[in-house]
Design a protein around this ligand. Structure first.
Ligand code: NAD
Ligand code: TYD
Length: 346
């Protein structure tokens, strides 16, 4: 593995999907915490990508944006050739489970084939580190007890998690067969600023603020393990710099909540009545419970989350209230059609 980075302090990194929720938070976090480093952001600007999410850094000389699809091999290769980054961090993905139920194909194209294009290009250009941003959803669903560790067998249930699992398997194969220095992070559900309002927390903030019904799937007792997005960013940064190539690191903050608890918390912060909750038909194949065992990243790499749920959810709700103009701009015609299709008949 002669091309693996010896020194990981000074870096030029290529981030994909940097105009989405976590990618945008990551780029801002990274530029703020690594004064000497530079970031190239490759993003196709799908419905979930918004250049405005990065307006704070758009004039920073250490930052470059390129509009491109990760599945476009000639462009990806050209970029790696001309910028010669030390590392690739792959956030680019179709990320919403409900959309994967109605239209799985784009999930295969971007999440599986797109990741494969990046791996091939990374290999050809001898990239020193390839970090795949994955998800705890690859492990499937837990019963009432137990946690996902890195050794938990992969058992994805939705087209989204199946596509992320397939990508993880290609990353593993490129590490094992071709000795590409890869890293995989598998994080639990994130919340925070700039999350597209199709996901539970921003959607329910938006609806509650407008006195609209909150469509809670099934009995509302499905459990997710919530992490503030900035803590996910610091975990990725830690793994990028300190992780051992070939390894997988689970990321989570020991913060399990039922969807009903999340909903009640949002309503309470906004001073809105519980009568806004509307129980609707469950999501097909809805995973019951996710929960992460974060021992490995804590013990081996010294990462710790810095935010508690109580303060960070409050901060998040206020961010959306203060950024209603951002919300209005991301709520395109496409989004309104999606909303009608997803919730109209429930
Ligand atoms: P997002 O949907 O908000 O953003 C995805 C970004 O990828 C957008 O900017 C979009 O334009 C871009 N993109 C999509 N297809 C592309 C393509 N073909 N080429 C280039 N860019 C493309 O997603 P997110 O919530 O920020 O998630 C980012 C990553 O983190 C994903 O890989 C997701 O699987 C993973 N993840 C998300 C969570 C979560 O809670 N949101 C948790 C764990 C892991
Ligand atoms: P989501 O934010 O879509 O993330 P994921 O499915 O990747 O975990 O959903 C989080 C939880 O909230 C999940 O159990 C599904 C549930 N949910 C609802 O009950 N109603 C909704 O309108 C949405 C979008 C999600």
């Amino acid at each position: 593995m002669h091309w693996q980075l010896e020194k990981v302090e000074l870096m030029k990194i290529l981030v994909t999907g940097g105009c989405g929720f976590i990618g945008a938070n990551f780029i801002k976090y990274y530029l703020a915490t690594h004064a000497q480093d530079t970031v190239i952001n490759l993003d196709a600007l799908t419905y979930a990508g918004n250049l405005e999410n990065l307006s704070l850094v758009q004039d920073d000389p250490r930052y470059t944006f390129v509009k491109a699809d990760i599945g476009d091999a000639p462009t990806v290769n050209r970029l790696l050739e001309s910028h010669a980054p030390d590392a690739v961090v792959n956030f680019a993905a179709e990320s919403h489970v409900d959309r994967s139920v109605t239209d799985p194909e784009i999930f295969v194209r971007t999440n599986v084939l797109g990741t494969h294009v990046l791996l091939e290009a990374a290999l050809r250009h001898k990239i020193g580190r390839f970090l795949q941003v994955s998800t705890d959803e690859v492990y499937g669903s837990l019963g009432a007890t137990g946690l996902f560790s890195e050794a938990t067998p992969l058992a994805p249930n939705s087209p989204y998690s199946a596509s992320k699992t397939a990508a993880d398997m290609f990353v593993r194969a490129y590490s094992h067969t071709f000795e590409l220095p890869t890293l995989i992070t598998r994080c639990s559900n994130n919340y925070g600023p700039y999350q597209f309002p199709e996901k539970l927390i921003p959607l329910f903030i938006l609806n509650a603020h407008g006195d609209k019904a909150l469509p809670l799937y099934g009995d509302g007792l499905n459990v997710r393990d919530w992490l503030y997005v900035e803590d996910h960013c610091s975990a990725i940064d830690t793994v990028l710099h300190k992780g051992t190539p070939g390894e997988v690191y689970n990321v989570g903050g020991n913060c399990e909540r039922t969807n009903r608890q999340i909903t009640e918390t949002i309503l309470k912060i906004l001073g809105k009545p519980d009568s806004l909750i509307q129980y609707v038909t469950d999501r097909p194949g809805h995973d019951r419970r996710y929960a992460i065992d974060n021992t490995k990243i804590r013990k081996e790499l010294g990462w710790e989350p810095q935010h508690t749920f109580e303060t960070a959810i409050e901060k998040t709700v206020h961010w959306y209230l203060e950024n209603t103009d951002w919300l209005q701009r991301v709520l395109s015609e496409e989004y309104r059609d999606y909303y009608e299709k997803q919730y109209g008949g429930r």
